[in-house]
Design a protein around this ligand. Structure first.
Ligand code: BES
Ligand code: ZN
Length: 383
C-alpha cells in the first residue's frame, strides 16, 4: 500500500506547486527581510498595508540573471525651461474623456483581472487589441506582448519610436492591468476601477493622443501595461530585469496608480508623487512641469518598500516615481474589494493626470539627452 501513499503525496505536491493560492513564494518586505509565504499570508500583509516584492526568481534562478542591475554612469538632465506650452495645449485638446471612461468601464467589466484567474488572459488580449487599433493611425507606433515566465496574463508594451540614432534610450509611462479581490483572489469580483483601471486608461489615452497627432518623438516613448502587480510586482520586475539585461537605457519611468478617488466631491487634491528611492532630478522636473504648465502643487509622499511598479524600475537602477490621487491616508478605501467601482470616481481628477502625462511625455521625449557626451565627460580624466 505504501506506493498508493507515495502516489497521493506526489500528486498532491504537484497540486500545491501549481495552485497559486497555496504555492509558496519568496517575498521581501524591505532590502533586509525576506520570507516564504502563501497567498493567504501575502493578503494579510496587504490588508495591514505592508508592501512587498515577490523575489522568488532570484532564489530559483541559478544563473543569477534576475539579479542583474543596471548602473547609470551619467547624470540625466531633465528640462529646466517649460516652453512647449503651445504643443502641449494642442495635445490636451485631443483628450477624449468618453474614450477614457469606456476604457475604465471595459476593464472593470471583467469579473476580476487577477493574474491567474480564468479571465486573466482575456484582459491582456483586449488591452492589446485596443492599443493596436489606436496605433493604426500612427506611421511607426507598435504594440507587443511581453510573455511572462509562470502565468498567462501578458504585460503589454506600446511604443512610439524616437528619431534619434540612440535606439536604446526610452521614456516609460506605466500602469497595472491586473486587479485583486483581497478576500477571494481567484474567484471574487474585483472591478479595480480605480486600482488601476484609471492608470491604464490614462496611459492608453496618452498613447492614443500621440498616435492621432502622428508625432515622432526624439526619444522613444513607451507605455507599459503591467500584469501581476498586485502579487508583488511580478510583471514589472520581469520587464525591467529584461530591459537591464538588454542594456536598455530608461531615462525616466512614471507609474500612474489610482487617480480618480476624491473623498469629498469638489475637494480635488493636487497630485501626489511617491518618491521612495526616487532620483531627485526627476522629482524636481515633475513638480516644476506640473506647476509651470498647470499651476498644480504636486506634493511628495512615501509608501514604504514597494507599493507599485515604479519600484521595479528603481530596483534595477532606473529613475522611477509614481503619481497617485491623494496622500495615502486619503486615498480610495474601496481598493482590492468588490466596491472599487467607477461610481466612486471623479473623471475630472483623472483628466488632470492625463494632461500632466501628456506634458511630461512631450517635454521628456523632445529633449536631447546627451548621453554619449556625458559618458565621455565622466571618462575623461581631469588633470
Ligand atoms: N494601487 C496600489 C498602491 C497604492 C495604494 C497606491 C494606495 C496609492 C494609494 C497597489 O496596487 C497595491 O495594492 N500595492 C500593494 C503592494 C504590492 C507590491 C503587493 C500595497 O501597497 O499593498
Ligand atoms: Zn492594488
Amino acid at each position: 500500500m505504501w506506493w498508493l501513499f507515495l502516489f497521493f503525496s506526489v500528486s498532491n505536491l504537484r497540486f500545491v506547486l501549481a495552485d497559486p493560492i497555496n504555492e509558496l513564494r519568496l517575498i521581501q518586505t524591505d532590502e533586509r527581510h525576506s520570507m516564504w509565504t502563501s497567498m493567504a499570508e501575502m493578503l494579510t500583509l496587504k490588508s495591514r498595508g505592508v508592501s512587498f516584492m515577490d523575489v522568488t526568481p532570484h532564489f530559483t534562478d541559478t544563473q543569477g540573471e534576475s539579479s542583474i542591475t543596471f548602473k547609470r554612469e551619467f547624470d540625466i538632465q531633465y528640462p529646466e525651461s517649460f516652453h512647449n506650452i503651445k504643443q502641449i495645449s494642442s495635445l490636451v485638446r485631443k483628450i477624449d474623456m468618453k474614450r477614457v471612461e469606456s476604457f475604465i468601464n471595459h476593464l472593470a467589466s471583467f469579473h476580476t483581472r487577477f493574474f491567474k484567474s480564468v479571465y486573466a488572459q482575456g484582459v491582456s488580449n483586449s488591452v492589446f487589441e485596443r492599443l493596436e487599433k489606436a496605433a493604426a493611425s500612427h506611421a511607426n507606433a507598435h504594440v507587443t506582448k511581453f510573455v511572462h515566465s509562470d502565468w498567462q496574463q501578458k504585460s503589454i508594451i506600446a511604443r512610439i519610436p524616437g528619431d534619434q540614432t540612440d535606439t536604446s534610450s526610452v521614456i516609460v509611462f506605466g500602469a497595472h492591468i491586473d486587479s485583486i479581490n483581497q478576500l477571494d483572489p481567484m474567484n471574487g469580483r474585483a472591478p479595480g476601477a480605480d486600482d488601476d483601471a484609471t492608470g491604464a486608461a490614462t496611459i492608453f489615452e496618452m498613447f492614443s493622443v500621440f498616435c492621432e497627432s502622428n508625432i515622432t518623438p526624439r526619444t522613444t516613448l513607451e507605455f507599459h501595461f503591467y500584469s501581476a502587480e498586485e502579487v508583488g510586482l511580478r510583471g514589472s520586475q520581469e520587464v525591467f530585469s529584461d530591459y537591464a539585461k538588454n542594456k536598455k537605457n530608461v531615462l525616466a519611468m512614471v507609474q500612474f496608480d489610482m487617480l480618480g478617488y476624491i473623498k469629498k466631491a469638489g475637494s480635488n487634491h493636487d497630485p501626489v508623487l511617491l518618491v521612495d528611492k526616487a532620483y531627485p532630478p526627476l522629482v524636481r522636473y515633475i513638480k516644476d512641469a506640473a506647476h509651470k504648465y498647470f499651476g498644480l502643487q504636486v506634493t511628495e509622499a512615501t509608501c514604504g518598500y514597494a507599493c507599485s511598479d515604479h519600484a521595479s524600475a528603481n530596483k534595477v537602477g532606473y529613475p522611477g516615481v509614481a503619481l497617485i490621487e491623494a496622500p495615502i491616508k486619503k486615498s480610495n478605501p474601496f481598493i482590492h474589494s468588490v466596491n472599487d467601482v467607477i461610481s466612486h470616481l471623479d473623471m475630472d481628477n483623472v483628466k488632470i493626470f492625463i494632461e500632466l502625462g501628456l506634458a511630461m511625455a512631450y517635454d521628456l521625449s523632445e529633449m536631447t539627452f546627451n548621453i554619449t557626451e556625458q559618458i565621455k565627460e565622466k571618462q575623461t580624466p581631469t588633470l
